[in-house]
Every structure is written in structure tokens, then in C-alpha cells.
Design a protein around this ligand. Structure first.
Ligand code: 4AD
Ligand code: MG
Length: 430
């Protein structure tokens, strides 16, 4: 008999189906057993009445422990009292394995314990819901970009040089040479944008960051669009459209998951363009008014970003950061070279920076100067200089951090729950 998925159960009311699944929970009154069965696509309650099944089937159901794997056969019945709206009147049970005593009970556990059992923790409804939302966010991003003229390109993971400063480089050997795991595909995407106009990548990024915060992973995923003939203003416009599209998509497609994790959706419903824009200078003034001690030229930390975000009801762009604290490739404002034509997008509700982006330096001389100022090995970037020698054009791009975006949309207080197997400062297992 072909297996039915629980998500499709509505189409089988009154019919006999066979499911493959795991026992999530069990209750028994002595005469009736209620089996909560999950198959990854959903959960359904199976009902066994002792007087109506064979003694063997009753006995097999009796032996099932939490997370035992099984095939179960039964008739689908509509039941408005059931959480899923349907129940299964079980006629047969086929045990695949009676599971050992399961370490994750349905009670509370400490975070470190759960992280050590992440491979099992992801089976719980809350973690499943988060991972589903993550997948929908990825789908929405790709849909938006694919429908707006962007071509997907895949930059290399092993690279000879840094993109986002040398302090967080992840070093490895590349036969006899030194190599680094990519911090960002941006430089390669700039090359691709000169070939294909509008491009994007979706891939992992690695930063050997010694920061142990709610927002930092060592390995995270980034979406990086890069666009020829788009300036700083045009760059922000695409970002606000993309982020709004993603949030609205999740609201439309993931109602049940958002409910499962208890996300208040009112703040998400407000996420529509245009997003407010304030300059770094204005942000500094705002912080000072709020009683922060802050010097022009410092970078914002999490408490600063949270305070700034509090003044707005949707994500806010902070533009024109000091050139000194930003990456070497950002284009200075021609009217005020001490600040750059770039912006960070700060999520509401204290989730901090989800996007970093800018217009790029297109002038070969200025780029040469930056390599010197930043002490970057010129030879490793020869190819990148070529992009300014052979038909340089104004261009811009940005990187959207997937895990921070998932944390914000799901309302999670730590990025560790946004990715199946987080790599963090003190965690490489499981
Ligand atoms: O601001 P960042 O460092 O920008 C870049 O890497 C650019 N080269 C992107 C580009 O323009 N193509 O990183 C972009 C985003 C951040 O806004 C943040 O959301 C996320 O990546 N991010 C991290 N997420 C989790 N853990 C970390 N350690 C992260 N570092 C950055
Ligand atoms: Mg940044």
C-alpha cells in the first residue's frame, strides 16, 4: 500500500490509508490508546479501541515508546475536536523499531542539553516550524530575485583573500598555498555583475568571530545581490522591496508555523515599503538624546542598534557611516568623503543589523589607494582591479544575513535556533 503523508490527509476522509511515522506521544485509558503520530509533514492522532482491534495490534501499540518508528494503517475520520481536524481509526500497526528511552522528554530542558542533542531536538514541533519558516524565507528571496532579473551565480568557498577585513578570516591550507573560507562572495559577484548585470548568490559565509552574542554564528548563510548601474539609493529600494516581499510571503504561507512558535504577527504586518532612512549622524544625535555616551566615528553595538530601531515601526536604514569603520570597497560620498554611500538595515524589535550594503568604489585610483590604506596584498586582488580597468561602471550590492532574518521574523532570542546545526564559538558538535 502506498504511503500517505499526513499533510494530505484531508483528501482521504473515509478511506483506509497507511502512514510511515514516529510516535510523538501516547495516552491510554486501558480500553483506548491514543497515539500521536508524526511523519514530518504533520501530526495526527491515531485511535485504537481494544475491543475493535486484534490482540496483536493492541499489544504492538502498547510496546511503542516515544520516537519509535512505525507504519500504521487506519481509516481517516474528520473530527473537529482534533487539532489537525482529522483522526485515524487504527486497524494495523507495523513496528519498525521500538526506540530506546528518548533523551528529550516533552518537559523543559536546559539550552546546553538541547544543543548537545540538536540532532534530536529538531524533531520537536517548535523547531520544525522554525526550519520550515527558514525554508520559506529562502524560497521567497529566490522568487523575488528570480522574477526581477537577477541571475544566480555561485562564488567560490575557498578564497585567496579577504573581503570583510583580515581579523575574522578562517584559515586553511590549499595544498602548498594559504587559503581562507569565504567571508562573503561579494568581490566575485562584482565580477559576475559586470558579465550578467544583476546577479545574486546564496551560500555559506565563515567568520572566525570571537564574539559570543545572540546574533553571531561562525558559519552563516548570506544572500548577496550585486547590480551594475545601480546606485546607493537604488540599492536601498531593492532591499526594502525584497524584505517586505519576504515578510508578506511568510505571513501568507506560514500562519500555522507562526502560531506554533507564538509569534506576534502585528509588527510583521507593518513591514511594507518605504522603510525610514536616517543618516549615521542623525543616529548618533538620537543616541546622545537618549543618554548614550557616543563619539562620532565609533561603530554601533547591539544596544545602540536596538535603541535606534525603537524609534521606528519597521526596519530602518542607517546610511552614510564613517568611511573609517567600513570595508575598503565602499564608495565615499563625493560631497563628503569621510562618509560612505552605504547603509545597514536594522530590523525592529531589537534584532539588529540584517543587511549590510553599499555602492562600490568604481574609480581605479581610489581603489588602489584603499588597498594601501588597508594593507591588503595587492597581488591577490589584481583580478578585482581589472574590473575597474575594463569598463568600470557604478554598481551596488548588499548581503542579507539569513539567520538574523529568520530570528527576527520568528521572534527568537538567539540565532542558534534558526539553522539546523549551528556552528558557534564553543560549538562544533553535533
Ligand atoms: O555586513 P556584512 O559583513 O557585509 C558583507 O559581508 C558584504 N560583503 C555583503 C555584500 O555587500 N555583498 O554581512 C552582511 C550580513 C549582516 O548584515 C548580517 O545580517 C550577516 O550578514 N552576518 C552574520 N550573521 C550571523 N553571524 C555572523 N557572524 C554574521 N556576520 C554577518
Ligand atoms: Mg555589516
Amino acid at each position: 500500500m502506498v504511503l500517505t503523508m499526513i499533510r494530505d490527509i484531508a483528501a482521504h476522509v473515509g478511506k483506509e490509508v497507511k502512514l510511515g511515522g514516529w510516535l510523538y506521544n501516547k495516552r491510554s485509558s486501558g480500553k483506548i490508546q491514543f497515539l500521536q503520530i508524526r511523519d514530518g509533514s504533520g501530526v495526527i492522532q491515531g485511535v485504537l479501541v481494544k475491543s475493535q482491534v486484534s490482540p496483536e495490534v493492541w499489544e504492538k501499540a502498547n510496546r511503542l515508546t516515544q520516537e519509535s518508528s512505525l507504519y500504521v494503517q487506519g481509516t481517516v475520520r474528520k473530527d473537529d475536536r482534533a487539532p489537525s481536524g482529522y483522526e485515524l481509526d487504527v486497524t494495523d500497526v507495523d513496528i519498525i523499531q521500538v526506540a530506546d528511552e528518548y533523551p528529550i522528554s516533552l518537559k523543559e530542558h536546559g539550552v546546553e542539553f538541547l544543543m548537545d542533542h540538536r540532532h534530536l531536538w529538531i524533531r520537536t514541533p517548535r523547531q520544525q516550524a522554525i526550519l520550515r519558516i527558514r525554508a520559506e524565507i529562502i524560497r521567497a528571496i529566490q522568487d523575488y530575485l528570480n522574477h526581477n532579473g537577477f541571475t544566480l551565480v555561485d562564488p567560490p568557498i575557498l578564497t585567496p583573500s579577504s573581503c570583510e577585513g583580515t581579523t575574522t578570516l578562517f584559515h586553511t591550507k590549499y595544498f602548498d598555498e594559504d587559503a581562507y573560507l569565504t567571508q562573503s562572495g561579494q568581490l566575485y559577484l562584482e565580477a559576475a555583475a559586470m558579465a550578467l548585470g544583476r546577479v545574486y548568490s546564496f551560500g555559506p559565509a565563515f567568520r572566525a568571530e570571537k564574539s559570543k552574542t545572540r546574533r553571531h554564528l561562525i558559519e552563516f548563510w548570506m544572500i548577496e545581490p550585486e547590480m551594475a548601474f545601480v546606485d546607493h539609493e537604488g540599492n536601498m529600494k531593492i532591499q526594502e522591496e525584497l524584505v517586505s516581499h519576504v515578510v508578506q510571503h511568510v505571513l501568507n504561507q506560514c500562519r500555522r508555523e507562526l502560531e506554533t512558535i507564538g509569534r506576534d504577527i502585528a509588527p510583521l504586518e507593518r513591514v511594507k515599503p518605504p522603510f525610514p532612512r536616517i543618516t549615521y549622524d542623525e543616529a548618533v544625535e538620537l543616541l546622545k538624546k537618549e543618554g548614550f555616551e557616543f563619539e562620532w566615528g565609533e561603530d554601533f553595538g547591539a544596544p545602540h542598534e536596538t535603541k535606534i530601531a525603537e524609534s521606528f515601526d519597521r526596519p530602518v536604514f542607517i546610511t552614510h557611516y564613517p568611511t573609517e569603520i567600513k570595508a575598503f570597497y565602499m564608495k565615499p560620498d563625493p560631497n563628503r568623503p569621510e562618509v560612505v554611500l552605504g547603509a545597514d538595515l536594522i530590523a525592529p524589535e531589537g534584532y539588529g543589523e540584517i543587511i549590510g550594503g553599499s555602492q562600490r568604489i568604481d574609480d581605479p585610483q581610489l581603489l588602489e589607494q584603499r588597498f594601501q590604506e588597508h594593507n591588503l596584498p595587492r597581488e591577490a586582488y589584481q583580478w578585482y582591479m581589472d574590473l575597474r580597468k575594463y569598463g568600470t561602471v557604478p554598481h551596488s550590492g548588499f548581503g542579507l544575513g539569513l539567520e538574523r532574518t529568520v530570528a527576527w521574523i520568528c521572534g527568537l532570542d538567539h540565532v542558534r535556533e534558526t539553522i539546523p546545526f549551528p556552528r558557534m564559538l564553543n560549538r562544533l558538535y553535533p
